[in-house]
Design a binder for this molecule. Structure first.
Ligand code: NAD
Length: 353
């Protein structure tokens, strides 16, 4: 499996270095034959190539079996004409990575803010309220007059149906329960269509229980009783917001794994951003990126029918749990180690399994 590695901005280089130690240990222990191709995106690429991402990089990623993308300083990138492209959007759009899978669970040894839970947010990743990706060319946020902006939100039957299918297929491997999150009381057409498509797909999965929640009320439900949820399917921006909440409820935003998957490509990417407030201090939590790397291995293993990859992914999840319980983690989750030492300890734990 060839993986392109792009460390990203802010805390990215630190958390990616820790993740690389873990992937190398997993490759050796499970005989995965992982090969890494290191390159740059974000500020480093802007300095070197005049753009945060380049067509040559896209081709490299297309030819590989997977991508590990570090967090990007997206807020800094304002003008695509100056090469300031949001790399996250770029890969999601160009590779049609339509399903953003964001698991969140509580961990033994880490105090629960809201009781134990284990859920997955399945977020549509290619349209919705993301003005930079839902039309073919340009952006769909428009300055109508100096004082008026219109931002378009796109919802299609096709994208709604395919994300629903991802959610129901996932639910069949878990608790057989899908919750649809929407705002159909206000966005009656768009979210009405989203619910219709989810319910239509649900008919092909009669074993799966389905319910639905209006997104604002969902915030209360998920804080009050997250254990009642299994798989949550929702549109792009709602999923972005909800999954940060569920990651933080699980103990820290730094624990949120995230896989962006399409039919032919997948990208592991931390759920959090570049965290400039803590960059360069060796305190960033690398678990989000490590768990995302595990998700990438699992995706490859299922797709290519290679059980060793699925076993390695499970081992990474189990090692994360054991590391957190042993305090071999960063301070934000009650641990006693820095970022680099957390990666090293994690790799040793995997090697000893
Ligand atoms: P952020 O997610 O970077 O940080 C939010 C808070 O969580 C900060 O207090 C930060 O210190 C903390 N945090 C984040 N990751 C952590 C980790 N691994 N360990 C410990 N603490 C962690 O959000 P922000 O500060 O609003 O955004 C910073 C930059 O990241 C912006 O440019 C934003 O656009 C970008 N961003 C990128 C992505 C992405 O690349 N996928 C996602 C979100 C935000």
């Amino acid at each position: 499996m060839k993986i392109v590695v792009l460390p990203g901005d802010g805390i990215g280089p630190e958390t990616m270095a820790a993740t690389m130690e873990v992937l190398q240990a997993a490759s050796a222990r499970y005989d995965l034959g992982l090969a890494f191709e290191h390159d740059v995106a974000g500020h480093a690429s802007l300095q070197r190539h005049g753009a945060t991402v380049t067509p040559a990089l896209l081709e490299k990623v297309r030819a590989a079996d997977g991508l590990m993308l570090g967090p990007m300083a997206t807020y800094d990138f304002k003008d695509e004409a100056k090469g300031e492209i949001n790399p996250s959007k770029f890969f999601r759009k160009e590779l049609d990575l339509y399903a953003n899978i964001r698991p969140a669970r509580t961990w033994t040894g880490l105090p629960h803010k809201v009781g134990a839970f284990d859920l997955v947010v399945v977020r549509e990743n290619t349209e919705g309220f993301y003005a930079d990706r839902n039309i073919a060319s340009g952006g769909s946020e428009m300055l109508i007059t100096r004082d008026v902006v219109v931002s378009l939100r796109r919802i299609t039957r096709e994208c709604s149906a395919r994300i629903a299918r991802s959610a129901f297929e996932l639910a069949m491997t878990r608790g057989k329960h899908v919750s649809i999150v929407h705002k159909a009381n206000v966005l009656k057409l768009g979210d009405g269509m989203f619910i219709d498509e989810c319910r239509r797909v649900a008919q092909q999965f009669p074993e799966v229980n389905v319910d639905d929640f209006i997104v604002d009320a969902m915030m209360a439900h998920v804080v009050r009783a997250p254990q009642r949820f299994d798989v949550i399917v929702t549109t792009n921006m709602f999923g972005d917001i909800l999954s940060d909440l569920t990651a933080e409820l699980s103990g820290s935003l730094g624990l949120g794994g995230s896989l962006n998957a399409g039919l032919d490509h997948a990208m592991g990417q931390a759920a959090h951003g570049s965290a400039p407030d803590i960059a360069g201090q060796d305190i960033a939590n690398p678990f989000s990126l490590i768990l995302s790397a595990g998700q990438l291995l699992a995706w490859h293993g299922v797709r290519r029918e290679r059980p060793a990859f699925v076993a390695a992914a499970q081992a990474i999840e189990q090692a994360a749990a054991a590391a957190i319980a042993a305090g071999e983690a960063t301070r934000d989750v009650g641990g006693r180690l820095g970022t680099a030492a957390t990666g090293r300890a994690f790799a040793q734990r995997l090697a000893q399994r």
